[in-house]
Design a protein around this ligand. Structure first.
Ligand code: HEC
Length: 225
């Protein structure tokens, strides 16, 4: 019985190895690496680039699927690559990067992206413009500058900055964010509490990790740290 059992296990192992060798390299290249810890030297599409483009560019009247201004759609990986002429490994040949670096997009009254955000998009393209993601949740560090402000910049500032911020609410610095934390609106909108308008508006809810970081920061006094 014992021998038989290990024989079966070996067979299983063999077929597993055989199967894994047959994975198409094209599939692997665009493999969504969930469950993989975040490498600080790698830019991740799902976590960093997609929410930035969604909140800054993919609004109704701009580059959502319905308006598709200039036939450019910036709501999902495939369309971002194809319609914004992203040349993998070459940011300078990519329309997506050019319009940002030239200051052409987003048009006023929206604010331009920050130089850090533009550089991040350039790095992502130069690293191959992969459809990648990573997964780590460190709620031990919830410093405003390191953990909280970057979430707001990526997910909220696109609509809540510039001379005519949406909903009449500007969310671009500590005092404004602390104000929304103190009156309960920040948590209300991101946690989709009833009686608040769910944010980011018409876009996917923030990840559990990001919401937990913001909750912890608020519970610890919403400090400017
Ligand atoms: C795509 C654009 C867009 C993005 C991105 C966005 N918002 Fe909004 N926000 C709006 C609009 C539009 C309104 C006005 C909605 C209304 O009044 O029905 C609004 C209203 C609000 C309000 C007031 C509504 C209330 O119930 O208190 C808060 C607070 C807010 N947003 C916070 C955020 C935060 C925090 C983020 C990021 C996690 C964010 N928003 C991302 C467009 C956006």
């Amino acid at each position: 019985m014992k021998l038989n059992f290990s024989g079966v296990s070996i067979l299983f192992l063999f077929s597993f190895i055989l199967c894994s060798c047959r994975i198409d390299p094209l599939v692997l290249e665009d493999y969504n690496e969930e469950g993989i810890p975040c490498d600080p030297d790698i830019v991740y599409f799902e976590k960093e680039i997609l929410p930035l483009l969604q909140s800054n560019c993919a609004q109704s009247g701009c580059h959502d699927e319905i308006t598709a201004e200039d036939d450019v759609i910036l709501t999902n990986y495939k369309d971002i690559i194809e319609t914004a002429d992203v040349e993998k490994f070459d940011a300078n040949e990519s329309d997506l990067f050019e319009v940002l670096i030239d200051g052409e997009m987003p048009p006023a009254p929206a604010n331009l992206l920050s130089s850090e955000q533009i550089a991040l998009i350039g790095d992502w393209i130069n690293q191959g413009a992969k459809n990648n993601n990573c997964d780590d949740c460190d709620t031990t560090n919830t410093s405003f500058m390191v953990a909280i402000y970057p979430i707001i910049q990526t997910h909220c500032e696109g609509c809540h900055s510039g001379s005519t911020p949406q909903g009449g609410i500007s969310i671009t610095n500590y005092n404004q964010i602390e104000g929304l934390a103190a009156n309960g609106h920040l948590l209300g909108v991101i946690d989709h509490e009833p009686s608040y308008t769910p944010m980011p508006y018409n876009l996917p809810k923030l990840g559990t990790c990001e919401i937990n970081k913001i909750k912890t920061w608020i519970a610890n006094g919403a400090q400017n740290n």
